[in-house]
Design a protein around this ligand. Structure first.
Ligand code: SF4
Ligand code: SF4
Length: 311
């Protein structure tokens, strides 16, 4: 059945499949709140198309990343694979409980998810536990956790998204990966246009939301010269240097109307996940990723506007 699960996931768009016995998870982990009889967590990972980053790299097209690498994957591709794997388990007499990201529902009261509109998020929902997907993917043997807290895989580096199936079927585990990709270079930190990642690798999610959405004018080709005209610290915002509290973040996000969002409340990524991209380029340059391409991703000096364009 293990091979049939892998085959079904791959036929439905997955690239990597890993299996973690429930014993790898702490006894108070939310997988046991969701399904106390969990015996195996199946991790299913999908590459994020490298081509979807191209338009942002060139400063030309921005919808491709958000629609094809976020929205379509979360709303279409991953649910289809989760459904088919879970159906296979049910056919064999087991339960398959699909786990996809709750993009607009969160347990925390004061946090946010940069990928969706902040005012679409319902916060403080304790009855709908959601576990840490990066940690779970590592326990499924899919890869290692990066300095800035994302999954790094041997094949695609950080260009990967994942989902899970909890099941009462006992399936042979996948070995854990020995961390070897992240070398602590901190390019993920220095390349964020909003300085949202701290020196210890933690991310300020409100700050990330602001700059994911394009508040840094030097990296946003859609921002008019008089952007944020009513805000005193407009140049600090545009430079990526503003003080950002949750309230301030909402104020800024309400004014970022230069480029329309996608559907299902997904926001268009104007930063283009610069943190992950910097990491990917670094790993590609080091030659450590197993999926090779004919030409390197970064071909030219990255484009940039000047702060004086907004003065
Ligand atoms: S850019 Fe990648 S390799 Fe470098 S510290 Fe960040 S996560 Fe690690
Ligand atoms: S580069 Fe973008 S996604 Fe990464 S931390 Fe900065 S704003 Fe967030």
């Amino acid at each position: 059945m293990r091979e049939r699960i892998i085959d079904t996931a791959k036929k439905n768009g997955a690239d990597l499949v890993g299996f973690a016995p429930a014993s790898r998870f702490p006894a108070d982990h939310s997988i046991f709140k969701i399904f106390p009889e969990t015996k195996t967590v199946i991790g299913i990972a999908f590459r994020v198309l490298r081509g979807t980053f191209r338009g942002i790299e060139e400063g030309s097209t921005y919808y491709q990343y958000t629609t094809m690498a976020v929205e379509n994957m979360e709303e279409v591709i991953m649910p289809a694979a989760l459904l088919q794997v879970s159906l296979l388990l049910e056919e064999e007499g087991y339960l398959g409980i699909p786990q996809r990201r709750h993009q607009t529902v969160m347990e925390e009261e004061g946090s946010t998810n940069p990928e969706v509109a902040y005012n679409f998020i319902v916060r403080g929902v304790k009855e709908e536990p959601q576990f840490d997907f990066t940690d779970a993917a590592v326990l499924c043997g899919l890869g290692e956790k990066s300095f800035h807290g994302v999954l790094l895989t041997d094949e695609f580096g950080p260009m990967i998204r994942c989902c899970f199936v909890l099941t009462d079927a006992e399936l042979e585990p996948t070995s854990l990966k020995e961390p070897h990709l992240c070398d602590g270079c901190k390019k993920c930190v220095s390349e964020c246009p909003g300085h949202a990642i701290a020196a210890d690798g933690s991310t300020d999610l409100w700050r990330c939301a602001v700059y994911y959405n394009g508040a840094n004018g030097t990296r946003n080709p859609f921002m008019p010269p008089d952007a944020f005209a009513d805000l005193e610290d407009r140049l600090e915002i545009i430079a990526g240097e503003a003080q950002v509290t949750p309230e301030k973040a909402k104020q800024i996000l309400d004014r970022i109307i230069f480029y329309p969002p996608a559907k299902h409340s997904y926001q268009t990524s104007v930063c283009g996940r610069a943190c992950d991209l910097a990491c990917y380029i670094h790993l590609e340059e080091k030659g450590v990723l197993t999926k090779k391409f004919k030409i390197p991703f970064r071909r030219r000096e990255p484009w940039k506007y000047e702060l004086k364009d907004f003065e």
